[in-house]
Design a protein around this ligand. Structure first.
Ligand code: SF4
Ligand code: SF4
Length: 442
């Protein structure tokens, strides 16, 4: 049973749909006592998971049970917010109709970052993942709800060929769509009625952790949303600011008030990350203080410190990200592995309410519904990335000119590597192969 589930998930190319795309067959090849379905969807404006939990509730519950069976977990939880009313009702019905008494819903407060897997593990189980660790270290597996739906489909032989994406912000009709993996971002914007501003910028993912992207980019197995914003929006300006400006401002302006540390979710879990200290190191150029500098490795880059904590417009998040990059380039690894005994007492009062965060981000005008359109729009051409997951890029198994059917394997995991299979998401002819495989409908 266990091997069959893991084998089916591997064959279907399932990866974490809500994060960096860790291959799911590797993640569930473990022994834990609890599995948590992550339906928190804490990034403002994104609606994908809440819609999915309402319309695919049965598959999500089945996927959760399959991962429990694969990992030997005795308890399963679905973490979501009470404002997702349709999702709560339908998941409750699904759990009871399937008769899974080992699974229950866990209602989360509406705060950011409720969907951070370390935060979620603590909310649900009271356990604290050690510094530099993963939920597995405390006997838990956390899986996004779309990933679990894909697991349920995998055991029926269906590979991952579609992705649910919210297209929102400055578009005529914000919408959540199911589209073939490899669909161009420009096609998504057109399907949402087109932009309402010019010139515009695009964010792939949520406003907090998403990255700037271009209309030529394509949907991957991890794309959760595309946000269109005017180029002059503060969020866009913040994401475009280069490292030298970030560092210079940190040196010139940081008053070491600690407000960033006060809201840091990892600090509040008891980890020794203190962003204000890292800022101090930058300000004083004390790079020989490796004990402090290497604490940057403990940062999840959630952005709570810069978008909510700091009133001076500084970015401890970007400082930590750059330090991590430079340290890794120099061959250094995270030396901090402490296991906190308890979360900070003030944690409960320092959660960031989503509504206030949306206002702080200047996104209130865009905080609107993005209804789910179940019917998949016709897509004539896709470009499917060979690397849309953690691990080695998949190795093409097709050649230019080959005819492929939707669901055919077009690239496989290199021998002995961590990775994920890639499948054709539309039926057609292979027209290009580089770091993406282009397929055009014929
Ligand atoms: S980065 Fe901002 S919040 Fe943090 S210590 Fe400096 S001034 Fe204060
Ligand atoms: S981005 Fe800021 S708030 Fe988030 S974990 Fe890193 S230091 Fe803490």
């Amino acid at each position: 049973m266990r091997e069959e589930i893991i084998g089916a998930v591997r064959a279907a190319g399932v990866v974490g749909a809500g994060g960096a795309g860790f291959p799911t067959h590797t993640k569930i090849n473990a022994s834990v006592d609890v599995v948590i379905a992550n339906g928190a969807e804490c990034e403002p404006l994104l609606r994908t998971n809440q819609h999915l939990m309402a319309v695919e509730s049965k598959k999500i519950v089945q996927g959760l049970k399959l991962v429990m069976d694969a990992t030997g977990a005795k308890r399963g939880y679905i973490g979501l917010k009470s404002k997702y009313e349709a999702a709560m009702a339908n998941l409750t019905t699904a759990v009871s109709s399937l008769g899974y008494s080992s699974i229950e819903l866990f209602i989360l407060p509406d705060f950011y970052p409720a969907g951070d897997e370390q935060v979620l593990v603590h909310e649900v189980t009271g356990r604290i993942v050690p510094e530099g660790g993963i939920p597995l270290n405390v006997g838990a597996v956390v899986s996004n709800v779309e990933t679990l739906m894909n697991v349920a489909q995998a055991v029926t032989g269906q590979p991952v060929v579609d992705k649910y994406v919210t297209i929102t912000g400055a578009v005529r009709t914000p919408v959540t769509l199911k589209v073939p993996v490899g669909t161009k971002v420009s096609d998504l914007i057109a399907l949402a009625g087109g932009p309402t501003v010019q010139p515009y910028a695009l964010i792939d993912g949520g406003p907090m952790m998403g990255k700037l992207t271009s209309p030529q980019a394509t949907v991957t197995k991890t794309t959760g949303g595309i946000i269109v914003l005017p180029v002059q929006h503060s969020l866009v300006v913040q994401k475009e600011t280069d490292w030298n400006a970030i560092a210079n401002r940190a040196k010139a302006v940081c008053c070491n008030c600690m407000a960033c540390t006060d809201v840091c979710p990892r600090h509040l879990l008891g980890h020794s990350l203190e962003p204000h200290r890292v800022m101090q190191v930058i300000g004083r150029s004390q790079f020989s203080d490796t004990d402090t500098v290497t604490r940057a490795f403990l940062c999840s880059e959630c952005g709570a410190c810069d978008t909510f904590g700091c009133s001076m417009g500084l970015s401890p998040r970007r400082v930590n990200a750059e330090l991590k990059r430079q340290l890794s380039k120099a061959g250094m690894k995270n030396p901090h592995r402490r296991q906190p005994l308890a979360a900070k007492a003030q944690r409960e009062f320092r959660r960031i309410p989503t509504k206030r965060l949306v206002a702080r981000l200047g996104l209130t005008a865009y905080d609107v519904k993005a209804p789910l359109q179940m019917e998949e729009p016709p897509v004539q051409a896709v470009e499917i990335a060979l690397s849309q997951h953690i691990g080695a890029p998949a190795k093409p198994t097709v050649q230019i000119g080959d005819l492929v059917k939707r669901g055919d394997v077009i690239a496989d995991i290199p021998e002995g590597a961590l990775g994920a299979r890639v499948h054709a998401s539309i039926t057609g002819k292979v027209v290009s192969i580089n770091d993406r495989i282009g397929i055009r409908a014929v």
